[in-house]
Design a protein around this ligand. Structure first.
Ligand SMILES: [Ca+2]
Length: 301
């Protein structure tokens, strides 16, 4: 990929306080956008997000400031949250550590796996030939290029669109089994219509780990969170003493519509102590996607 200093300066000096129409993208990047491979072809269970700029952040959410343009290379991302059945398959194959939810009924096959650590999630994605999405990749996949509030656009969250806590209760009124039914519970993945890029449950259902360490805001993160393909503090390396928490995104069945916003951020230590019911989905580079069968002739994938 070509990452000229001119392009970096162009991105860094112009904040996106308005929508990024195609003509505006051309102006913003001076007609010299970075180069990235195109989508390599379909991969089962994944969607491809073409290279380009998107509006990241929200100036009404302190942790998500400032709102500005970020440019991402082409990547793939899972259409669904990883399920209990998926995760158990990885454990059975000896590639993942046993882990999962603690509440009654939360372990059904098609519910999103939850209650795993960031390390468990990272290990699963690697075993699948993928990787956790960067925080920026996750956000672009959740709102598209123009800075929408939710995966479906700017209309309010409803239980027809997402699994979250509304007036009917947590989990859209789907009671938890056993004690404390008011806690609610998640729904099988894909219970709600697909949003931008054809992805399900980017708002609500399971909270989702992403790759990045979490600075308290993008401003506090600085250059590591700006420009082209940002990877967050410490470039996502295995240790980051200054910012020891990872990021989870998208809200969940337990929380209200504010946390389900595409720009909302939450932080937690990667070993998941104290325990929370967090889940995840994986992403892939175009190179990984080719190894997963993208672009192969029918019958040879
Ligand atoms: Ca989710």
């Amino acid at each position: 990929m070509l990452c000229s200093s001119k392009v970096l300066q162009s991105i860094g000096s112009r904040r996106a306080h308005v929508a990024l129409g195609p003509w505006l993208v051309a102006l913003r990047f001076g007609g010299s956008s970075p180069i990235s491979p195109p989508c390599a072809g379909p991969v089962a269970g994944m969607a491809c997000v073409e290279a380009g700029a998107f509006v990241r952040g929200d100036d009404s959410i302190e942790a998500a400031t400032p709102r500005e343009a970020v440019w991402l290379s082409t990547y793939y991302i899972d259409v669904y949250e990883v399920t209990n059945a998926d995760y158990r398959g990885c454990v059975a194959a000896g590639a993942c550590a046993p882990a999962g939810p603690r509440y009654a009924g939360f372990d059904r096959d098609q519910l999103p796996v939850q209650g795993i650590s960031w390390f468990d999630a990272d290990r699963y994605c690697q075993a699948a030939g993928k990787r956790l999405p960067t925080e920026a990749q996750w956000e672009k996949a959740a709102r598209g290029t123009e800075g929408a509030t939710y995966p479906w656009g700017n209309q309010p969250a409803t239980c027809e669109r997402a699994v979250f806590a509304d007036r009917s209760g947590r989990g859209c009124g789907r009671a938890k089994r056993g004690a404390h039914p008011e806690t609610g519970q998640p729904w099988p993945v894909g219970s709600r219509p697909a949003g931008v890029y054809g992805l399900h449950d980017m708002a609500g259902n399971a909270y989702e780990w992403v790759a990045d360490w979490g600075a308290p805001s993008y401003g506090a993160c600085g250059e590591a969170c700006r420009g082209i393909d940002p990877r967050g503090p410490c470039a996502g390396e295995s240790v980051c003493a200054a910012f020891p928490r990872k990021v989870v995104r998208g809200g969940s069945w337990y929380w209200g519509p504010g946390r389900a916003k595409a720009a909302s951020r939450r932080f937690h230590v990667p070993d998941n102590q104290p325990f929370h019911h967090f889940g995840f989905r994986c992403a892939a580079t175009p190179e990984q996607a080719r190894r997963l069968g993208a672009g192969s002739p029918p019958g040879r994938g």
